[in-house]
Design a protein. Structure first.
Ligand SMILES: Nc1ncnc2c1ncn2[C@@H]1O[C@H](COP(=O)(O)OP(=O)(O)OP(=O)(O)O)[C@@H](O)[C@H]1O
Ligand SMILES: [Mg+2]
Length: 416
């Protein structure tokens, strides 16, 4: 019989096989699912966990639709990546597959603009913002909010079209960059909300929102504004601030209408309380689910897989069992150039408390200076008896890994 190996295995289509999907793909393989992975990059590191690979853009909805039908998949999922969340929801609806969110909810989860409108209606605190179609409108909004302010494409992620505008002289360039990336001919101009940032990773079952990990997001400086350099658990915020972050994340999930499945909510907590920068209806793209499993024993990737396959989720699977006092996912940032080889991974793995070391690119890849999340080249996950111990261990491991590069391309050298 054709495909004996595949017989009886549930079939899952995973949109993306990059760094942000590695953990979920690995979890899918561990569970014995038959995995079809989609990525336009033939060298995507997650392909090694897939039974079948399709070299297609994760945004190519018609092709993915045909693939899902041809592969007779039982479900689709877009982990760690925004726009395809809506692609997956629409295809699931068309093919009458189970799915945690419907297409209307997915639109609210993937359009920063539509999401903000919904937050405003529902009273979810979020940064003040103005939708701008022209530089004049942006200048007026910036004058109102004051500098520095933020401009962003309303329908992108991974810091594509996201700029911190330090002063008026930089608005023109920032506006043009955001507009250039926008899919909709408008940009959002926002106040820069001062404060510290956490990520609330949660999972909902039939409208019941269960917060799992709340991690500090360690942020890079411009020109890599908004890029996470590390996620650290537990958060160093005061318990009442963590509570406030969880409550706004819960309110955001309710407002967007995510009753089932994972949510990943970026929250800035400052003098004026907690503000939701954005909610995503998916697991995080920074190994957030793996950190959750390492510290609480809750298999967030496994839960997301269940949600994508329409399997009932027993509340027991959400019950935390504390496994570590602290954890840190620290991203690896290279010098720009063409990657020759990566040294020191074994030493990094040998550092006490290291759960894993991940290196994303293969030799020959051209590495750019850090501007966006996708420029990160790997990560280490460390646990410890406290957050401080985990941070120190992650730092020691990261220091062991050396990215040997040559012929630095001129365009990769970014002036800050
Ligand atoms: N208005 C704001 N005030 C303060 N910080 C902001 C604001 N907008 C964005 N940021 C910072 O930039 C990061 C990314 O913002 P945002 O989610 O809007 O962009 P993105 O391109 O979707 O990035 P990501 O893929 O990391 O979610 C936030 O986590 C935060 O650190
Ligand atoms: Mg975002």
């Amino acid at each position: 019989m054709a495909g004996t190996q595949a017989a009886g295995r549930k079939r899952l289509l995973v949109l993306g096989a990059g760094a942000g999907q590695l953990g979920l793909l690995e979890a899918a393989r561990e569970r014995g699912l038959f995995v079809v992975a989609v990525d336009r990059n033939p060298a995507a590191p997650g392909f090694r966990f897939a039974d079948r690979r399709a070299i297609i853009s994760v945004e190519d909805e018609p092709q993915i639709d045909r693939l899902a039908a041809a592969e007779r998949v039982d479900g689709l999922i877009a982990p760690g990546i925004d726009w395809p969340v809506a692609v997956a929801a629409r295809i699931a609806e068309r093919q009458v597959l189970p799915h945690p969110i419907d297409p209307a909810t997915a639109v609210l989860a993937t359009s920063k603009l539509r999401q903000r409108e919904r937050f405003a209606e529902a009273g979810v605190p979020h940064p003040r913002h103005v939708v701008c179609g022209s530089l004049e409108e942006a200048a007026a909004a910036a004058a109102d909010f004051g500098y520095p302010c933020v401009v962003k494409a309303p329908d992108r992620q991974g810091q594509k079209g996201l700029v911190l505008v330090r002063d008026q002289s930089l608005l023109d360039a920032g506006f043009a960059l955001a507009l250039g990336e926008s899919r909709s001919n408008v940009v959002l101009l926002e106040e820069l909300v001062p404060g510290r940032e956490v990520t609330v990773n949660a999972f909902s079952v039939d409208g019941r929102f269960t917060p799992l990990t709340v991690t500090d997001r360690v942020r890079a400086e411009p020109p890599a504004f908004g890029v996470a350099l590390a996620h650290v658990w537990p958060s160093s915020l005061a318990p009442e601030e963590i509570g406030a972050a969880v409550e706004v994340a819960r309110a955001a999930a309710d407002a967007v209408g995510v009753a089932n499945g994972p949510t990943y909510t970026q929250v800035v907590v400052g003098e004026h309380g907690a503000h939701v920068v954005e909610l995503a209806a998916r697991v995080g793209g920074g190994h957030d689910a793996e950190l959750c499993r390492a510290v609480l024993g809750v298999d967030l990737n496994g839960l997301a897989l269940s949600a994508a396959l329409g399997e009932p989720v027993d509340g027991e699977r959400l019950r935390p069992v504390r496994r570590a006092g602290g954890a840190c996912t620290r991203f690896l940032v290279p010098a720009p150039g063409t990657l020759v080889e990566v040294e020191g991974v074994a030493e990094a793995n040998a550092v006490e408390g290291i759960v894993w070391v991940r290196v994303y690119p293969e030799p020959g890849a051209v590495l750019a200076a850090l501007r966006r999340g996708s420029d990160r080249v790997g990560a280490v996950l460390a646990v410890g008896s406290s957050r401080e111990e985990a941070v120190a261990r992650a730092g020691r491991a990261a220091d062991c890994v050396r990215f040997v590069v040559d012929d630095v391309p001129a365009e990769a050298v970014v002036q800050s």
